[in-house]
Each structure stands twice: as C-alpha cells, then as structure tokens.
Design a protein around this ligand. Structure first.
Ligand SMILES: *Cc1c(COP(=O)(O)O)cnc(C)c1O
Length: 246
C-alpha cells in the first residue's frame, strides 16, 4: 500500500500553502520536486499518479535502474547529485531536462560537447555551497558569478537559476542565512545582465527546512523523507566527496 504517500503529499502541500501565506507569496510560485533516491519505482509511480510529476535522482545508477519502469507514467527528470563527467551520457539517454547540480567548469564544458554532438540543449542550475561545509558539493559563493559567466558562454547550457542545500543545524537562523545568501547571489547575477542567463529558479529547501526556504524565495523545494519516509542510507553517502558517488 502506498496510501502513506498520498497523505504525506497532502501534508506537504499544506506546509507549502502555510509558508506562502506567511510570506505573502502564491503557492503557484513554488514547485514541489520529489527527491526519489532509494525509493522504489512502485512508490515513485504512486506519487507521480497523484499529480506530482517533477522528480530527481542523486545517482546516475538509480536514474538508469528506474528509467524503464517509470517511462509509462509522464514525468520530468531533474538531476540533483554530484555528477562525474563520464556519466553525462546517461543523463542524456534518461532524458534529464535540468541538471541542478552544475558546480564546476570542466563538467559544463563536457556537457556542452555532448549536447552539441546530440544536437540538444539542457537547462542547468548552478549549485552553490552556501553552508561552507566541506562535505557538501557546490561552488563557493564568491566564485559563483564567475562560473555563471563561463557557463553562459556555452550555448547548449541554459542557466535557469541556482540551487543549494542548507546547513543541517537546529539553529534556524543559520539555515536562513544559507537561503538568503543564495537569494542575494541571484540578485547580483541578475544585475549583471549576462546574455542567455535567466535567474528565475531558486532550488532550496528540503523536508526539514522548506518553510524557511519558501520564506526566503524558493521556487523549487526538493522533498524526499517527508513524502516517502526515512531512508536506510545516511545522506553523507550521497553528499560526500569520498562516498564512491556515481
Ligand atoms: C535527498 C535530497 C533532498 C531531499 O531531502 P529530504 O530531507 O529527504 O527531504 C533534497 N536535495 C538533495 C540534493 C538531496 O540529495
């Protein structure tokens, strides 16, 4: 039975609505992305059929493993994990429309090359490490604008905004600072008027901090645990440089 998923989605929608009310925003401005790492295709399908069609994996292997089973149900694939250059081809074959975790130029250059060969383009978000934690991926905030400029020169990559993972911390003000930093980078980059660069998306906020993220301007929140339940693997398995990430 997957009825827990439907109940949980309702609860998340309620949290989105409440947070939007709190900050005078419209719930229509906030997209719910389902973070589906470790979740079975059976359960992902239940969520898709409930009307939430934006999903994302962290690992290419999981993306590939689930691709066939999910192809029967319409949905949009983003990618939110650390990506190795030799796995880009799998992103293309699995029809990922947006890479939210673009965090370095060599990856962007290889992606440009492969998109050109396939005569395609891809939307990207620049992932920024707003918490300063060594265990998280993303470009340092003071290097983000330079990276945006470099990526903007690659015509197959469509920059649509920024992504971050907030610090894990009971101190909500510290979490809020991460999201404020991302928002302020968005405004700085907008002011640069870089040709081809759109800064409409701020992907920030997860199960534990989505309210703060929405208050600070999130347009995409990425939710896993609060919809699908606790994962067996700790998140460090997905987020650490040394986790053998694929
Ligand atoms: C797992 C994951 C999420 C969702 O986290 P939850 O706490 O389970 O909601 C969001 N973003 C990224 C990058 C993730 O890896």
């Amino acid at each position: 039975m997957n009825s827990d998923i439907l109940i949980n989605i309702k609860a998340i929608q309620g949290r989105i609505t409440a947070a939007c009310k709190q900050s005078g925003r419209s719930p229509a401005e906030v997209k719910l992305l389902l973070a589906t790492k470790t979740v079975t295709t059976d359960r992902i399908k239940a969520a898709l059929l409930a009307g939430n069609t934006l999903i994302a994996e962290n690992k290419v292997q999981e993306l590939k493993d689930k691709y066939d089973a999910l192809s029967a149900v319409p949905h949009t694939n983003h990618f939110i994990g650390h990506l190795q250059t030799n796995k880009i081809k799998d992103l293309l074959s699995c029809e990922v429309t947006c890479l939210q975790s673009l965090d370095r130029l060599p990856l962007a250059e290889k992606l440009q090359q492969m998109l050109e060969a396939a005569n395609r383009s891809m939307e990207v978000l620049i992932q920024v490490n707003t918490s300063g934690e060594a265990s998280k991926f993303g470009i340092a905030p003071d290097k983000a604008i330079a990276l945006v400029r470099q990526v903007a020169a690659l015509d197959r990559l469509k920059i649509r905004g920024l992504m971050t993972i907030g610090v894990f911390c009971a101190d909500k003000e510290k979490v809020r600072q991460c999201f404020r930093l991302l928002k302020s980078l968005q405004q700085q980059i907008r002011a640069e008027n870089i040709p081809g660069v759109l800064m409409q998306e701020l992907s920030m906020g997860m199960s534990g901090d989505l309210e703060i993220a929405i208050e600070e301007g999130a347009t995409i929140i990425r939710v896993g645990t609060a919809i699908f339940g606790q994962r067996v693997y700790p998140d460090s398995y997905y987020w650490n440089e040394n986790s053998g990430n694929a």
